[in-house]
Design a binder for this molecule. Structure first.
Ligand code: PGA
Length: 246
């Protein structure tokens, strides 16, 4: 797992956007798997800017979201459908027919997971998966303990994740369950980029990079991925010792 450390959030975001743009330039029909959260907003801004200013096109790409809350309609303001529309898909030339987000209101969530996994398989697999990381090391909504061989499935959210996400829900509590793409599904992406910013991620980043690969730190699975890179700002890298490259 290679690590790039950038002076600040904007530089980290620009570097990540450059990699995504380059992949798209090489292969217009790339399949991208994308995260929500605060961390990727800078990367999305940069990609939108490249679309507006120099015509970077996403028209032939396919997009999958990593996760969605169960019980939130696609037009709920805290849903990841709305997040992605407002921050990315609605601002570029994405083809709606090739934008996939798990349906959190599907009457049979388990069947929805199977359907989603089958759609991913049907595209020939993910070319680039972009991830954030939770303070507890989660990726997507794969919380500590998520089996490395897991597939897209219904998960219970940890109390700590619900607390972090509570701000999106005003009086409501954050939902208790979500659909997340599985660990094995993430691992099968040809390239994985994990973005982290801020000192509150430093511990999780260090545990993922410097500890053994363990299901108790989901992001540590990426240590054995043939093409995984970390994009860190200095704060997120501040827990790392020396010699993290390689
Ligand atoms: P954040 O979330 O980007 O909002 O910090 C990342 C995550 O929990 O995966």
């Amino acid at each position: 797992m290679r690590a790039g450390v950038f002076p600040d959030y904007e530089a980290m975001s620009a570097a990540a956007a450059d990699v995504v743009a380059r992949r798209l330039g090489e292969e217009h029909s790339s399949v991208l798997m994308l995260p929500t959260g605060i961390t990727p907003l800078g990367m999305y801004r940069q990609l939108v800017e490249m679309h507006n200013s120099r015509g970077l096109s996403f028209a032939d790409a396919t997009f999958f979201n990593l996760d969605e809350y169960i019980g939130l309609a696609p037009d709920h303001r805290a849903s990841y459908h709305v997040y992605m529309k407002e921050n990315f898909y609605g601002l570029i030339d994405a083809d709606p027919a090739r934008v996939f987000v798990p349906d959190g209101t599907a009457p049979d969530p388990e069947a929805e997971c199977e359907r989603y996994e089958a759609v991913i398989r049907g595209t020939g697999g993910v070319d680039v998966c972009v991830l954030g990381i939770g303070r507890n090391g989660h990726i997507g909504f794969n919380e500590p303990g998520a089996p490395f061989d897991s597939r897209t499935r219904v998960v219970e959210l940890s109390e700590s994740t619900r607390k972090v996400n509570a701000a999106d829900f005003e009086a409501d509590r954050a939902p208790e369950r979500a659909i997340t793409v599985g660990m094995a599904t993430i691992f099968e992406a040809r390239e994985v980029m994990l973005l982290a910013s801020g000192t509150n991620k430093a511990g999780a980043v260090a545990a993922a990079v410097e500890g053994d690969a363990s299901e108790s730190v989901p992001a540590s699975m990426l240590k054995s991925h043939p093409h995984a890179s970390l994009f860190l700002d200095e704060d997120a890298a501040s827990g790392l010792g020396r010699g993290i490259a390689g």
